[in-house]
Design a protein around this ligand. Structure first.
Ligand SMILES: [Zn+2]
Length: 235
């Protein structure tokens, strides 16, 4: 596949991810999704919130712009998301990262605010919290270079981080994985809360988490969710 075709596909996936994270109510109007081709510094990121795309549910290809590591728009006629710096500084620091998702999702954010661990309680979702997620103090926007450069130093493994009083950041190799991990994180946070109210939460054993991760694919889950939103009107 030619580079242009690969980038078109990335742009399309960023738009679809934005649509269904909005559909699930976990993106928030200031949340953002981005992707880059491995080995490239061309980053496809959702545009700034505005009147042209007020719901995010109707995100089109034209609402995903290409920027460089300094935030200059290379393709597209809109400004990138206001928090573009946290995307580019993660890409700059982590050459293996191919996608970043930043949300203001409610349940995961609550755990970040009180600095409590989200537990591995759900079978295939548990891998995202197999290790505790670090906390990054972030009541304000991550909108300056100095603050954004601190973020990659805090990220865990897999690369997930609470932005305390703000939201979460998930970044991995591909859009599909980053998106599904973001959804899993919210489901796990909700289940951790519910089970703690009901009784003593029992976690999925580490060996089972590894076996489930080896036996399942985020691509299947991506396919399931991406059919929740229309995709025939992206252009
Ligand atoms: Zn934010």
């Amino acid at each position: 596949m030619a580079v242009e075709e690969k980038e078109f596909e990335l742009r399309r996936k960023v738009a679809i991810s934005t649509r269904f994270l909005a559909h699930l109510g976990i993106l928030d109007y200031l949340g953002s999704v981005s992707a880059r081709l491995h080995g490239s510094d061309r980053i496809w990121v959702v545009s700034a919130f505005g009147t042209r795309n007020p719901s995010r549910l109707g995100t089109k290809l034209r609402d995903v712009v290409c920027i460089d590591l300094d935030g200059r728009v290379l393709e597209g006629d809109q400004d990138p998301t206001f928090e573009w710096r946290q995307h580019v500084e993660i890409y700059r620091a982590r050459p293996d990262v191919g996608s970043v998702v930043h949300t203001h999702q409610k349940m995961a954010k609550a755990f970040g605010i009180v600095e409590r661990d989200i537990l591995p309680l759900l079978h295939i979702q548990s891998k995202i919290v197999a290790k505790p997620i670090p906390f990054f103090s972030s009541a304000t926007f991550v909108s300056t270079k100095e603050r954004a450069q601190l973020l990659p130093q805090t990220l865990g493994d897999p690369y997930v981080c609470h932005l305390r009083n703000h939201g979460v950041v998930v970044e991995v190799r591909v859009v599909e994985e980053a998106t599904i991990n973001t959804i899993s994180l919210e489901q796990l946070a909700e289940m951790t809360y519910i089970t703690a109210v009901l009784g003593k939460p029992r976690v999925v054993p580490q060996a089972d988490i590894e076996a489930l991760a080896a036996a399942t694919s985020d691509l299947d889950t991506w396919t399931y969710y991406s059919h929740m939103v229309p995709t025939e009107d992206l252009e």
